[in-house]
Ligand binder design. Structure first.
Ligand code: SF4
Length: 125
């Protein structure tokens, strides 16, 4: 296996194939993905090798809510290397109750093209 090869678990469907993805000049796509059971896995393997993205879900402080923290999520996938920078921004946020599910808390967070939104509604205490 090349030193650039990456072991990847495909999360596209519940089968969860354990695959290997590597750059390969001789392949038409420029990549070689193996041990995938279908074409979707190949596309996912190439994306994980070139531009891995993640969905970010977490919580923020809310005041004066019926709970202390409000579940939030980013409304799309963001580059993996933006997760920690986004968390630094999110950890400084405190929202005011009441809030409605889907309310935008941070628009276009760190220029990712995605917003941080409320995952649930919460009444004031
Ligand atoms: S490679 Fe295909 S079969 Fe395997 S987990 Fe991914 S989507 Fe499912």
């Amino acid at each position: 296996m090349s030193s650039e090869a990456k072991e990847i678990i495909c999360i596209i469907c519940p089968v969860g194939c354990r695959m290997t993805a590597v750059r390969d000049k001789n392949s038409p796509s420029g990549f070689l993905v193996s041990e995938n059971q279908c074409k979707k896995g190949e596309a996912y393997g190439i994306e994980e090798l070139t531009n891995p993205t993640r969905v970010l879900t977490t919580t923020v402080k809310i005041n004066p809510g019926i709970y202390n923290r409000l579940p939030v999520r980013i409304n799309g996938s963001i580059p993996k290397n933006k997760i920690f920078p986004c968390m630094k921004v999110i950890n400084k946020v405190e929202v005011k109750a009441p809030i409605k599910i889907g309310s935008v808390i941070i628009e276009n967070i760190l220029n990712t093209g995605c917003d941080l939104i409320a995952s649930r509604s919460m009444k004031a205490s």
